[in-house]
Design a protein around this ligand. Sequence first.
Ligand code: XLS
Ligand code: NI
Ligand code: NI
Length: 436
Amino acid sequence: MNGFPGAQRIPYEGPDSKNPLAFRWYDADEVVAGRTMREHLRFSTVYWHTFRATGADPFGAPTLQRPWDDGSDSVENARERVHVAFEFMARLGTPFYAFHDRDVAPEGASLRQTNRNLDAVVEALEAEQERTGIRLLWGTANLFSHPRYVHGAATSCNADAFAFAAAQVKKCMEVTRELGGQNYVFWGGREGYQTLLNTDMKRELDHQGRFLHLAADHADRIGFTGTLLLEPKPKEPTKHQYDSDAAACINFLRAYGLTDRFKLNIETNHATLAGHEMAHELEYAAHQGLLGSIDANTGDLLLGWDTDQFPTSFYLTAQVMLILLNYGGIAPGGINFDAKVRRESFEPIDLFHAHIGGMDAFARGLKIAAAIRADGDLRSFVQERYASWDSGIGARIESGQADFASLEAYLLEKGEIAPNASGRQEMLEHLFNRYL
Ligand code: XLS
Ligand code: NI
Ligand code: NI
């Protein structure tokens, strides 16, 4: 059962290596800014894109060659796939993985049978975790593929769909706990709408709030102590997803009293679809104390959908890692490659090329970010830019000692504001490039 001929354990060979099946930057044991790369980056392979994608698109048939997979929906095939998946991850060296319940095990004729199928595959996952030391970053329930969720899950107009989703999350959270999962993710696949003409938005959002409370209650009941994560995405599959971006998610969590239980899982391509840079979404979640984990991929700026490509831009990864370093790291979250190979990259070995490129891009980004922080030039510029708030009128405003009347009096006396300084954007962009 060697699904990956030609690929052994991927070695680190250093920046000068020309071997495409070697890391040039990712050296798991290398210490950067006080921690090993392994600890900083906490890479995770996703089960769905990597082991379940077929390459089918709305215009064409599957293309991806997966010789170990017999294409059937049997539990036996699902268990066989587990061995190949762990073999892949062990050779690649991602210390974590993530799955949806329905990626790992097939849906059966009844909920009872489906749960039994899941248990049978979880047994295999557990054994492989034990054998390889690879751990579960997060589990999640697929509440969007089955036709029963056509109108949504927690936000469906059909109360039975809510109940089914609850049963599914209950089970998936239990197996996530059993497998030692460090987080549990909620991406609201079909929680949104296509038209307001048939939608009671207030009622749907109340139901989503209720659903997440019930999920948190169940986590407490079973002693699941991992972080619960909500994943923002603005559109696709619905025209308007309720969890549209970090700010909308945080507002939702606050409105429904969920901020002490939930954090966010921020995905690069979802940020792009929301019209934001990844750095914006990370910075927004992080300063609110709600950054939990990252789905690392990248979109195509010329296409308006979630292309889920592997990240390769050092500029992007350096920005991401700078924010993570500034906020003390991503653990117990991780850098989860929610990314897939192109339909045209159909050989198994392409899975290695894709992940090696992504891991190296993040390793290089980490080094760039660490160098930027060590020099401190960027930080001093920003500190200096806000110096007017450190003393005088600025300090009085920040500490709550000023009101409109005293501010008016201040300006009547002073006449005009202190001269503004240049923002120096171009100089800073050039400075950033110094480290690339
Ligand atoms: C889809 C989402 C999904 C979540 C897990 O766009 O990124 O893959 O991460 O349900
Ligand atoms: Ni995702
Ligand atoms: Ni996505």
